[in-house]
Design a protein around this ligand. Structure first.
Ligand code: AMP
Length: 179
């Protein structure tokens, strides 16, 4: 089972991705986590990734797809995966060679996202400043909404109201996946 989870930062993708992963026994991975790890490396790539991330921008599409595909080639993802944070642009959809079965869209309002993130933010992440958060909400509408429309047209999108309790959302996702 190949599943993509999309939504604004703060929508609960990682919480729901991990819950789903446990329930259906398919591994979870997130490109945000992968890039934060790369950003700690003292290499030219690590420094470049960190700089882009700190500004709240997306990494280049070709680099992103290359990184994701190299992860998905690992044996643990042979039977499927739940990926959070990718694809995030139409270009990534086009370059990405792996087919996906379903796309879960965790939908919350911009205000809810801002409230949740400002409340949670402890400044420990290089990308957790209010400026970076606002930039990414803006970017989400600009570049990720077309990805959502694309999967909706393909009939793969599951619209999930993300402004409910964790348990309610989890149940809804399982029901819509037919699990
Ligand atoms: P996230 O925690 O998912 O918001 O990701 C943190 C950072 O990782 C983003 O600000 C980007 O710099 C990078 N990133 C994660 N996923 C992607 C992606 N699909 N395309 C480009 N950059 C990404």
């Amino acid at each position: 089972m190949k599943i993509v989870i999309v939504g604004i930062q703060g929508a609960g993708k990682s919480t729901q991705g991990n819950l789903l992963s446990e329930k259906v026994n398919v591994p979870y991975l997130s490109t945000g986590h992968i890039f934060r790890q790369i950003a700690t490396e003292k290499t030219p790539l690590g420094r470049k990734v960190k700089e882009i991330m700190t500004a709240g921008f997306l990494q280049p599409d070709d680099l992103t797809v290359q990184v994701v595909e190299s992860y998905l080639d690992r044996p643990e993802y042979e039977k499927g995966y739940i990926i959070d944070g990718f694809p995030r642009t139409l270009e990534q959809v086009e370059i990405f060679k792996n087919n996906v079965d379903k796309v879960i869209y965790l939908d919350i309002s911009d205000n809810e996202a801002l409230n949740r993130l400002q409340f949670q933010g402890d400044g420990s992440r290089p990308d957790s400043s209010t400026e970076a958060i606002k930039k990414r909400i803006e970017l989400f509408h600009e570049v990720t909404e077309p990805v959502i429309d694309y999967y909706r047209k393909k009939g793969l999108l599951l619209d999930i109201d993300g402004e409910r309790s964790i348990e309610e959302i989890h149940k809804d996702i399982l029901e819509k996946l037919g699990k």
